[in-house]
Design a binder for this molecule. Sequence first.
Ligand SMILES: *[C@@H]1O[C@H](CO)[C@@H](O)[C@H](O)[C@H]1NC(C)=O
Ligand SMILES: *[C@@H]1O[C@H](CO)[C@@H](O)[C@H](O)[C@H]1NC(C)=O
Ligand SMILES: *[C@@H]1O[C@H](CO)[C@@H](O)[C@H](O)[C@H]1NC(C)=O
Ligand SMILES: *[C@@H]1O[C@H](CO)[C@@H](O)[C@H](O)[C@H]1NC(C)=O
Ligand SMILES: *[C@@H]1O[C@H](CO)[C@@H](O)[C@H](O)[C@H]1NC(C)=O
Ligand SMILES: *[C@@H]1O[C@H](CO)[C@@H](O)[C@H](O)[C@H]1NC(C)=O
Ligand SMILES: *[C@@H]1O[C@H](CO)[C@@H](O)[C@H](O)[C@H]1NC(C)=O
Ligand SMILES: *[C@@H]1O[C@H](CO)[C@@H](O)[C@H](O)[C@H]1NC(C)=O
Ligand SMILES: *[C@@H]1O[C@H](CO)[C@@H](O)[C@H](O)[C@H]1NC(C)=O
Ligand SMILES: *[C@@H]1O[C@H](CO)[C@@H](O)[C@H](O)[C@H]1NC(C)=O
Ligand SMILES: *[C@@H]1O[C@H](CO)[C@@H](O)[C@H](O)[C@H]1NC(C)=O
Ligand SMILES: *[C@@H]1O[C@H](CO)[C@@H](O)[C@H](O)[C@H]1NC(C)=O
Length: 532
Amino acid sequence: MKIRDLLWLFVANTTCATYPAYGGNDTLEEFKSDCAAIVPKLHIENATVYFSQFVAAGTNLSLPDRNVTCGVPYQVISTDTCRVALYVATSNRSGINMEAFLPANWTGRFLSTGNGGVGGCIGYDDMAYTASLGFATVCTNNGHNGSSGGAFYNNPEVVEDFAYRAMHTGVVVGKEISNTFYGEPHKKSYYLGCSTGGRQGFKEAQDFPEDFDGIVAGAPAFAFNNLSSWSGHFYKDGGNATAPTFVPTDYWPVIHQDILDQCDALDGYVDGIIEDPLLCNYDPSGLACGANGTAHCLTRPQIETVHKYFSPLYGLNGSLVYPRMQPGSEIQAAYIYYTGQPFPYTMDWYRYAIYNDLTWNPLTLNATDYANAANKNPFNIETWKGDLSAVKERGAKILHYHGQMDAIISSDNSPRYYEHVSKTMGLAPEQLDEFYRFFRISGTSHCAGGDGASVIGQNINSVESLDPNQNVLTAVVKWVEEGIAPESIIGTKWVNDTQSLGVDYQRAHCKWPKRNTFVGGNAKEIGAWKCV
Ligand SMILES: *[C@@H]1O[C@H](CO)[C@@H](O)[C@H](O)[C@H]1NC(C)=O
Ligand SMILES: *[C@@H]1O[C@H](CO)[C@@H](O)[C@H](O)[C@H]1NC(C)=O
Ligand SMILES: *[C@@H]1O[C@H](CO)[C@@H](O)[C@H](O)[C@H]1NC(C)=O
Ligand SMILES: *[C@@H]1O[C@H](CO)[C@@H](O)[C@H](O)[C@H]1NC(C)=O
Ligand SMILES: *[C@@H]1O[C@H](CO)[C@@H](O)[C@H](O)[C@H]1NC(C)=O
Ligand SMILES: *[C@@H]1O[C@H](CO)[C@@H](O)[C@H](O)[C@H]1NC(C)=O
Ligand SMILES: *[C@@H]1O[C@H](CO)[C@@H](O)[C@H](O)[C@H]1NC(C)=O
Ligand SMILES: *[C@@H]1O[C@H](CO)[C@@H](O)[C@H](O)[C@H]1NC(C)=O
Ligand SMILES: *[C@@H]1O[C@H](CO)[C@@H](O)[C@H](O)[C@H]1NC(C)=O
Ligand SMILES: *[C@@H]1O[C@H](CO)[C@@H](O)[C@H](O)[C@H]1NC(C)=O
Ligand SMILES: *[C@@H]1O[C@H](CO)[C@@H](O)[C@H](O)[C@H]1NC(C)=O
Ligand SMILES: *[C@@H]1O[C@H](CO)[C@@H](O)[C@H](O)[C@H]1NC(C)=O
């Protein structure tokens, strides 16, 4: 049995579902020459294929053309891969750069990864991760290069790419490339993304349900215009560092401890992890100056700021714009939203996409702006359709997760979407379970990292195991291909967050609407907790 067939079996206990993918007895030499010969075989509408390149397993691939704002200019590739790079025009003044990583150990599966923030960056780490698992993988630059949204300015075509078109085009073109290269169509197609990538996963589910059989969407940036407004209200409400309303950065650890004092025990166990922030209605009044006559305290305007941050944001006529920041995230949020500086993505979205006005001042942000952004809703980037029946009907599956210490996208917004789907489709959770499952990952920051058991296979640096009980990607594969759906996702906490130091503990994260509750015993044992 060849290695690619073993990879196919990474889904535990599969009985002999093998794909003789890269031609039964092909050698590595044949793979290399096929890679070298692929470019002229690709006849893709609107595309310019730049190059193909064989990348041997273990190569530290140099990426000299990568925009400096996108991260490091290299990526270690752990499996023999054929890399294809191309440009696809999406209009006469917009287009996508994209790449395909075609592994020698192909499992017959296709996968697209997503993007982040308002960028502009091919996720080479996600591509390396998924290609190493035998997926023919693609990713685009989402229609522009770099981590800022400057390219949106005066060019709605680029905004359209960002809203949905880059992703969908990349999938259509990527499947064609995979088909041509391997000489046979893929068997199943998947998606893995978080943040803006989570939104892209739901956009696909809502508008292009044929694209994927299995979608893993983390911490989705859906309700995107409203999220951008909410992201801007922290600066508006807290002001800059000289404002009397501003809460100094070094005070947030005190607030965090006060939050834990009030809420950590609500799940039955005090370990610094709030399993269910929805139960936490934080009251900062105990930190008020004068209450205990201490010097290190919050003034009345500062208390008011803290109140605002942990309250939902409302717009004109009392409409809900976005839920509150969930308590527990504040140590990181102090360096993201509570800095006394404008939030860059809010600036980019309002200046370049909503108003086309380079002078727009984030300190003037108000409910009229929230309404303007929500009404303009360029290319329906809001990504808030509650009807997922097309996904349901074709038997595709959605695995949605959200870290409960997320300091960028409130974890309260994910259950809000789930309930929106439930209400729109008239389906109770037991019925949604058939095709849509949502997991709350406690102690986890934005997409990854955090104080708790945050390692769930969601990216290349967060893999403890390929066991579908412990890995969101292999979990969705097992769900799609064997019909065995995840009931919980086991997360891992490494000692000092360092994999080589071993496992500190594991915890099973519950499927919504269940919540994790301590039932007794050693809290570092999975069995000490129960989803209720
Ligand atoms: C692979 O090689 C073996 C032995 O050389 C041969 O029997 C088999 O038919 C080959 N399979 C394919 C798919 O070429
Ligand atoms: C890959 O190359 C870069 C730059 O040359 C270097 O900084 C990095 O440490 C290398 N990574 C590995 C794992 O070799
Ligand atoms: C974007 O980056 C790619 C390399 O990833 C490069 O080929 C392309 O020319 C860049 N596009 C622009 C408009 O700078
Ligand atoms: C892919 O398969 C080749 C042999 O076909 C093997 O040498 C290599 O280790 C495999 N790579 C991975 C990442 O499993
Ligand atoms: C090719 O580009 C044109 C616009 O320039 C567009 O109308 C058409 O849909 C594109 N084709 C594909 C397959 O994307
Ligand atoms: C681009 O296409 C639009 C319509 O899609 C057309 O109005 C415009 O003239 C075209 N511009 C150029 C430079 O071809
Ligand atoms: C790199 O990205 C930044 C931020 O998005 C952008 O301003 C810049 O133009 C990009 N550079 C190139 C060469 O594309
Ligand atoms: C700080 O905010 C005040 C208004 O609250 C404003 O007048 C002042 O210009 C701001 N300072 C800076 C450096 O932005
Ligand atoms: C103030 O006193 C109350 C009651 O004793 C206590 O709960 C609270 O933590 C104190 N606050 C500070 C800032 O010490
Ligand atoms: C977005 O905010 C507007 C108010 O500005 C509200 O009417 C609308 O329902 C909100 N949309 C979502 C998806 O929350
Ligand atoms: C928001 O500010 C603009 C001026 O920047 C003003 O015209 C508008 O009335 C304000 N809206 C609200 C709801 O205060
Ligand atoms: C973990 O980190 C702490 C402090 O950062 C250190 O004291 C401890 O030795 C580390 N543990 C291991 C096993 O490295």
